[in-house]
Design a protein around this ligand. Structure first.
Ligand code: UD1
Length: 417
C-alpha cells in the first residue's frame, strides 16, 4: 500500500458494504489453536496484517499454517515448539502477548517479548500477570521479555482490578490448559471474549459465563481439533455506519450481529440518524447535519473506545457542543490536532474533548497516529470541502480489510497516491 491517501469531498455514500471477520477475535483465537494441539480450521478470518503476523508467529514455532482461501486458514499446532517468537514478529502487534497465556496453558512455561501495537497510552500488563500468578505461575520481566514459569500450574480464582479485554483473554488461555475450574471475576464482556469461549468449548475446554463479569473455565488435558467461524467485526461495521452518517449517506451495512452494535446505533440515533435494523444488517441514513451529543467510552456494552475517533470526526460538523470522555486509553486524542487543521473546533482537557460543531471542514494534509485515527481522518476527509491527504495510513491495513475499496464501492472519491 502507498503511504498517502487522497480524498476528495464525496457525494453522500450509498449502496451496501459487507463486513469482514473481527480482528480482535481472530488475533485471540489464532493463538488459542495452540491449546487444541491438533488441526483447526478458522473461517471468516479477516485478511489483515495483524492476523498474518499472528499466523507467522505460529509458523515460526512449528505450526502448519495453510490458507485454504482468502478468509479461511487451517492451523495445525501438533508439532509446536515452545520457543520465544523473534521480536521482528512479536513486536509488530500487541496481541502477540496472547502467546503468553496459550504457551503457558499448553507447556506450563513461556518467554515472550513485551508487545507492540498502537501507541494510544501506557498499556500495562499487570492484570495479565496477576491472573497468571493466581494460577501458581512465577512471572518475571527481564530485558524486555516476560518469563512465565508455571511449574505445578493449578486452577485458581482471579479478581481483576479493572476490566481488561487482553488480561481476560490471556488468563482464559492459560486456564484452558489447567485441570480444575478457574474463576475470573470482573472479566471483560466483549463479544470477542464470547467468540473465544465458543472456540475453547469446541476444542474440549468448558467455559461458562462468557458475556458476563464472571467466567468459569474448566481445563481439560484431552483437547481436540475444531472448526470455527469468526464473528463479524463490530468496529469495522461501526466505522462504516459513521462514514455513512458523516456524508449524509444511505448505506446498508451487511453481515453484522446487530446487538453487538447497540451502543453505536443508540448514539447515532441521538444525533438524528435514521437506522433500520434487519436480522444481519443495518441501514443507516444520515441527516444533512446531525445534532451534538455527549459520549463516554466504556468497556462493552458501553460505547467502544475504538469508535471514539471516527465518531468525533463526525461530531466536528454536528450542530452544538459535544463532550467526549475517553475512559479507556488516555492518549487517544492525539488525532484531534489533525482534525483542527481541517477547521474542527475541539478543546482537549485531560480525558475530555469538547467539540463545538462547525458548518464545514476544509481539506488539509494530515497525519494518522494510529489505526482508528486513520479511519477518523478519512471520514473527516470525505465530509470536508476540497482535498484531504492522509499520511501514515499503513496502520489501516492492521484493522480494516480493503477499507479504501469498500469506500469506493459506496461512491467515495478516495485514492492511494
Ligand atoms: C483491546 C482491544 C482494543 C480495544 C481495547 C478496549 C485487542 C487486540 N485490542 O485492547 O482494540 O481498544 O481492548 O476495548 O483486542 N490495563 C491495565 N493493566 C492491564 C491491562 C490493561 O491497567 O494489565 C488498562 C489499559 O491500560 C486500559 C484498560 O485497562 O486503560 C483497558 O485495556 P484492555 O481492555 O486490556 O485493552 P487491550 O486488551 O489492550
Amino acid at each position: 500500500m502507498g503511504s498517502i491517501i487522497e480524498i476528495t469531498k464525496s457525494a453522500p455514500l450509498s449502496g451496501s458494504v459487507r463486513i469482514s471477520g473481527a480482528k480482535n477475535s481472530a488475533v485471540a483465537i489464532i493463538p488459542a489453536t495452540v491449546l487444541a494441539g491438533g488441526p483447526c480450521v478458522l473461517e471468516n478470518v479477516p485478511p489483515l496484517t495483524d492476523v498474518y503476523n499472528q499466523c507467522r508467529i505460529l509458523s515460526y514455532l512449528g505450526a502448519k499454517v495453510e490458507w485454504l482461501d482468502a478468509t479461511t486458514v487451517s492451523i495445525d499446532t501438533t508439532a509446536l515448539r515452545n520457543e520465544t517468537p523473534p521480536d521482528r514478529l512479536a513486536g509488530k502487534l500487541r496481541a502477540s502477548y496472547y502467546l503468553m497465556g496459550a504457551l503457558l496453558g499448553r507447556f506450563g512455561l513461556s518467554r515472550i517479548g513485551l508487545p507492540g501495537g498502537c501507541k494510544i497510552g501506557p498499556r500495562p500488563i499487570d492484570q495479565h500477570l496477576k491472573g497468571f500468578q493466581a494460577l501458581g505461575c512465577k512471572c518475571d520481566i527481564n530485558d524486555g521479555y516476560v518469563l512465565l514459569e508455571g511449574n505445578g500450574l493449578h486452577s485458581g480464582h482471579v479478581y481483576f482490578d479493572l476490566v481488561s479485554v487482553g488480561a481476560t483473554i490471556n488468563v482464559m488461555l492459560a486456564a484452558a490448559g489447567v485441570e480444575g475450574t478457574t474463576t475470573i471475576e470482573n472479566a471483560a464482556r466483549e463479544p470477542e471474549i464470547i467468540d473465544l469461549a465458543n472456540f475453547l468449548n469446541k476444542i474440549g475446554v468448558t467455559v461458562k459465563g462468557a458475556g458476563t463479569g464472571t467466567l468459569r473455565i474448566t481445563g481439560n488435558r484431552d483437547r481436540g481439533w475444531s472448526e470455527h467461524s469468526i464473528i463479524p467485526d463490530r468496529i469495522e461495521a461501526g466505522t462504516f455506519m459513521i462514514a455513512a452518517t458523516a456524508t449524509a449517506g444511505d448505506v446498508v451495512v451487511k453481515g453484522v450481529i446487530t446487538r453487538h452494535l447497540e451502543s453505536v446505533t443508540a448514539k447515532l440515533r441521538e444525533t438524528g440518524v435514521t437506522i433500520e435494523e434487519g436480522e444481519d444488517w443495518l441501514r443507516v441514513s444520515g441527516p444533512a447535519r446531525g445534532k451534538a451529543v455527549d459520549v463516554k467510552t466504556l468497556p462493552y456494552p458501553g460505547f467502544p473506545t475504538d469508535l471514539q475517533q471516527p465518531l468525533t470526526a463526525y461530531l466536528t460538523r454536528c450542530a452544538g457542543t459535544s463532550v467526549i470522555t475517553e475512559n479507556i486509553f488516555e492518549n487517544r486524542f492525539r488525532y484531534v490536532d489533525e482534525l483542527k487543521r481541517m477547521g474542527a473546533n475541539i478543546k482537549v482537557e485531560g480525558r475530555t474533548a469538547i467539540v463545538e460543531g462547525v458548518e464545514e471542514l476544509r481539506g488539509a494534509t494530515v497525519q494518522a497516529s494510529d489505526l482508528r485515527a486513520s479511519s477518523a481522518l478519512i471520514i473527516a476527509g470525505l465530509a470536508a470541502r476540497g482535498r484531504t491527504r492522509v499520511r501514515g495510513i499503513s496502520y489501516l491495513k492492521r484493522g480494516y480489510h480493503d477499507f479504501i475499496g469498500k469506500l469506493r464501492q459506496l461512491g467515495a472519491e478516495i485514492d492511494l497516491v
